[in-house]
Design a protein around this ligand. Sequence first.
Ligand code: LFR
Length: 481
Amino acid sequence: MPSIKPLHLAAIDLGATSGRVILGTWSKNKLTLTEAHRFPNAFQSIGTNDYWSVVGLWHEIQTGLAKAVAALPRGARLASVGVDTWGVDYALVNDAGRLVFPVHAYRDARTQPGLKRLSDTRAALERIYAATGVPAVFYNSSLQLEETVASCPAVEDLATRCLFLPDYFNFLLSGKMANELTIASTTQLLDVHSTDWSRAALDHFHIPATWFSKPVLSGTKLGKVKGIPALATTQVIAVPGHDTACAYDAMPASPDGTDLYLSSGTWSLVGFESDTPVLGAEALAARISNERIGDGRYRPLTNVIGLWLLEGTLKDFASRPANAAEWAKLIAAAEKLPTPAALLEVADPALTNPKSMKAAIDAQLKKRRITAPKTLAGYVRLICASLGKGHADAMRAFERLANKKFKRILIVGGGGKNRLLCQATADHAGVPVVSFELEGSAVGNLASQLIALGAVKDLKTFRTLLGKTLRQTVYTPRTAR
Ligand code: LFR
């Protein structure tokens, strides 16, 4: 039954470069968002290792929740709260929930030897891919945990639980330890054919199986918020813990399954929804990751390097844009430049975490005897065109392997505001790109809470209602496919 009184909910949505607490109000079948709190996020390094400040993040979450409560109408309460974060990173804790190992950031180069071992052992990689549906990527939790246990064996005596970051913040809020399915599906440790952990993968990476519990589906109620009096009646709901799963949930997609999704931010996550995983040698070669939807179905996706390329390059220019007007000027200048004759190889591992992105791009171009751009606008043009091609290549791989034809690409996230990127994607893919003005992951997070609270029947209903209220921009391909 749709509720008559407005419902107030909070989404805690943590990204690798910024976090936010969004207050969502559901009234008369319409969701209104108020940004209660936004803060920058970044990993920090000691020596060669990279760490997140979970203490800092928890502090920001508490500040954000206090601001969300302050923004409520008089007498109103927050019905529920949900947490989503970037994928793969985790906290190792003991039974009391105390941290027993520092929380590492996924760009830490500590996984490189393990990645090489796995990638170079064809039989092992094929076995792990058949078991988990996740290819070898440097940030996989499997490789991170393997390195943790191997470099610090005593951790096996200290830790009793592995909580991925959304699980950990859910625990801090509710006191309940649970592993949630979508975030579990980013680890390369989940069984691709069930919703439980893969014993074969855990054994392969020498990770204690006792650290995990059977993942809960999203929508599971974990209990009331503990320790924050203003939220004593607020329910903690395990929403899709993975931000990309939330962003996909927020896509106002056509119900016939002909839309391809692109969540475009630090990473470009290109994928679709499916009842079955996409597996086999070709899928592995195309680096298709069979991550999960909150209800247990699949969202096969490919991770294209994304706007991390541009964020990194901007650091090397004093003239980086500081506001929307300056961004518009930069994009307009880039649009006037000719189409680049050659594009970047976006899968080049040298672009993953270089000291200087511009230097890494220049080095790749030099190796391939291509002249580097001369201006920031030139880099913007090159990066957007290269990402556009990367998105289109991913689409073609999905079409081939899943025997599908996509009619549109729906884009949410920061990249949706970048005209050049949207147009380049449409041009390379030969299908229209539809960009929505939407805080994708926060909206997906709130949608899952609304469904769990019984205010909305299901995701299909939510998407239909959302689609009616959204502003969209369509980029038509300049060349047909
Ligand atoms: C995006 C994201 C991607 C994941 C990457 C690393 O924020 O969650 O889906 O592959 O971060 O965790």
